[in-house]
Design a protein around this ligand. Structure first.
Ligand SMILES: *Cc1c(COP(=O)(O)O)cnc(C)c1O
Length: 421
């Protein structure tokens, strides 16, 4: 073997110092800071290894054991494991683990189950819905007739009666529930009944609470939902991508063809390996303990922030996710997020329902306990974190305060290291 080939197959990232430095920088950032962004989590070394495996070299199309290309026996085994684990974890008869992302999972389901121009009733992005549920800027927003429901001004929660009134008026073919900035349990039974009444299919996108559903700590979308989608890398603490679950065999071809060839080409088999690894972890008893801690920690974070004078949208949270209204402190989400980031606390600015401020400088912040819990923080650490957040939000322009908190954050992170090699 030539030196060149030995290097090619063995040297690794070290051979590209510029890229290696950026990756090492990201590893340090994750290690030294506290991740509170709800769409993130920390995967295990097992998942990292699966995602970085030789499965990336294998091209397959179609479903396990029905491929168009040869040499697929191990790829088949990997995908069959992921499908089987997804079905067991969520008690579903069928699963498709191929969606490259949560958005693709939704787009594939829409394509498979609907006709161009059909009406979809989904949650308004401004009220906490996800952009992939038909935002006008997306392909789905262009291809279907989108009707939106929001939350009640009073309770800041979804009111099934409002959804029912809209469904009776617009006769959608599909009703979608699940959001990216909605912290409350959704009444799946009530929305499922509305869907049945108007002859619509009911899709639940559980991206932000799938881990809780898997462990019985949150109401299950089945049997009320016809189809369930989720990302696999948020509350599921797994590989980056999406998946689809359903129970009616009559939907199988439509959903599978909606994903491939509908919205995707060949399978990202290394990612499917990562999904198999993380779904396997999610079936272990430890995942239930993790999710119990996610909830307990979220409650401490929410309560401590409320005691410090912040307002929780809807008054609290039923998941790991919460939306904080900063207006009682007279600051905006952009200023808050920037100051917190300087102190190694990663959050994202977010509009709150009926926000009078623009998305670039909104009234709120979105937080989650998912990633902090994954690195071992408990209620005591989350109370401390809430205290740090409050200190910074009261003085976002005070460099001394931001610096002091930043040092304390780094000290706490040093006591909870990740990815020891
Ligand atoms: C994050 C999220 C998605 C989209 O995930 P991507 O992987 O970014 O495409 C879809 N639906 C909901 C509810 C989400 O929170």
């Amino acid at each position: 073997m030539t030196d060149r080939l030995i290097r090619y197959f063995s040297e690794g990232l070290a051979g590209d110092p510029e890229l290696a430095a950026a990756v090492a920088g990201e590893a340090r950032r994750q290690d030294e800071g506290i991740e509170l962004i709800a769409s993130e989590n920390l995967v295990s070394r097992r998942v990292l290894e699966a995602q970085g495996s030789v499965l990336t070299n294998k091209t397959v199309e179609g479903l396990p054991y029905k491929r168009y290309y040869g040499g697929a026996q191990f790829a088949d085994a990997v995908e069959a494991l992921a499908v089987d684990r997804a079905k067991r974890l969520f008690g579903a008869a069928f699963a498709n683990v191929q969606p490259h992302s949560g958005s693709n999972a939704n787009a594939g389901v829409f394509l498979g189950l609907l006709k161009l121009g059909d009406t979809i009733l989904s949650m308004d992005t401004a009220a906490g819905g996800h952009i992939s549920h038909g935002h006008p800027a997306t392909l789905t927003g262009r291809d279907y007739d989108m009707m939106r429901y929001g939350v009640s001004r009073e309770t800041e929660r979804i009111e099934p009666e409002e959804v029912r009134a809209l469904a009776l008026r617009h006769r959608p073919k599909l009703i979608v529930a699940g959001g990216s900035a909605y912290s409350r349990a959704i009444d799946f039974a009530a929305l499922g009944a509305v869907a049945k009444e108007v002859g619509a299919l009911f899709l639940v996108d559980m991206a932000h609470f799938a881990g809780l559903v898997a462990t019985g700590l949150h109401p299950h979308p089945f049997p009320h939902a016809d189809v369930v989608t989720t990302t696999t890398y948020k509350s599921l603490r797994g590989a980056r991508g999406g998946l689809v679950l359903w129970n009616d065999p009559a939907l199988s071809d439509r959903i599978n063809y909606g994903i491939f060839p509908g919205v995707q080409g060949s399978v990202m088999m290394h990612i499917v390996a990562g999904k198999a690894a993380s779904l396997g972890e999610a079936l272990e008893p430890d995942f239930r303990a993790y999710n119990e801690a996610v909830l307990a920690n979220a409650r401490v974070l929410a309560e401590t922030l409320a005691e410090a004078g912040l307002r929780l949208v809807s008054g609290g949270t039923d998941t790991g996710l919460m939306l904080v209204d900063l207006s009682p402190l007279g600051i905006t989400g952009d200023v808050a997020a920037k100051a917190l980031e300087t102190a190694h606390l990663a959050v994202n600015k977010n509009q709150i329902p009926f926000d009078t401020r623009p998305p670039e400088a909104p009234s709120g912040l979105r937080l989650s306990s998912n990633a902090g819990t994954a690195r071992g923080f408990g209620p005591a650490e989350f109370a401390t974190i809430a205290g740090w957040i409050a200190r910074i939000l009261r003085a976002p322009d005070d460099a001394a305060v931001v610096d002091a908190v930043g040092r304390e954050v780094k000290a706490l992170c040093a006591a909870f290291p990740i990815y020891r090699s």
